[in-house]
Design a protein around this ligand. Sequence first.
Ligand SMILES: Nc1ncnc2c1ncn2[C@@H]1O[C@H](COP(=O)(O)OP(=O)(O)O)[C@@H](O)[C@H]1O
Ligand SMILES: [Mg+2]
Length: 238
Amino acid sequence: MYFEVKNINLNYDRVRAVRNVSISMEEGETIALIGANGAGKSSTLRAITGLKKLTEGEIWFDGTRLDHLPPDQIVRKGVAMVPEGRRVFPFMSVKDNLLMGAFTRSDKRAIAADLEGVLARFPRLKERYSQAAGTLSGGEQQMLVIGRALMAAPRLLLLDEPSLGIAPKLVQDIARSIVAINRDHGVSVILVEQNSRMALAISHRAYAFSTGEIAIEGISAELRTDPRIQKLYLGGEL
Ligand SMILES: Nc1ncnc2c1ncn2[C@@H]1O[C@H](COP(=O)(O)OP(=O)(O)O)[C@@H](O)[C@H]1O
Ligand SMILES: [Mg+2]
């Protein structure tokens, strides 16, 4: 298996935030982690990126065990995360924010080519290239943090709630760009979303979290019409 979370558990003090969670994916897949606030989705991403230690379980990526490695080495293995809340460096330019994403790399030519690629993917960033990142709209800042993650040339991209607090029109743009990143560059994607409708529309498979555990998993196209998902996550919204 290309990527595998094997039966992980993690706690904050005595709160068991993630219990017996297992996730697996093939190279080139987009999988969605959906579920209510507090269900353990972000904690799972933090475990994958080495920011949160497991109390039990293992995480494997392309033959390497990740859960014993420090975060910077996990980035070097090709795992990049866009954390919740789109934290840009507000006083730095769009350009410098993007270049920060390449901090583990020394291949100048490839970095320049990837920078061009990101600007082609997000023309709004090109228009605002020299502007301070703090002056961008929420949706543009989300594009910037996704672009910054792409500058690490990841093979596995983790996105934590990219649609949160963003105007519906830009949510569509961001959804389309996630599809394109996966399809055009073969980047495998783990998409965490409370916007289950969007996440199920653009992912191949999905895992639905409920209070720290995986309650339902399956093919996204099938889950979209699954009555359990409708009841739990799609009821009334949008
Ligand atoms: N830094 C933290 N300290 C203590 N508890 C936390 C912390 N982060 C998350 N939790 C708790 O862990 C559980 C899972 O949270 P989280 O992974 O953020 O869920 P989600 O991303 O699905 O909203 C929740 O009960 C939350 O309150
Ligand atoms: Mg979260």
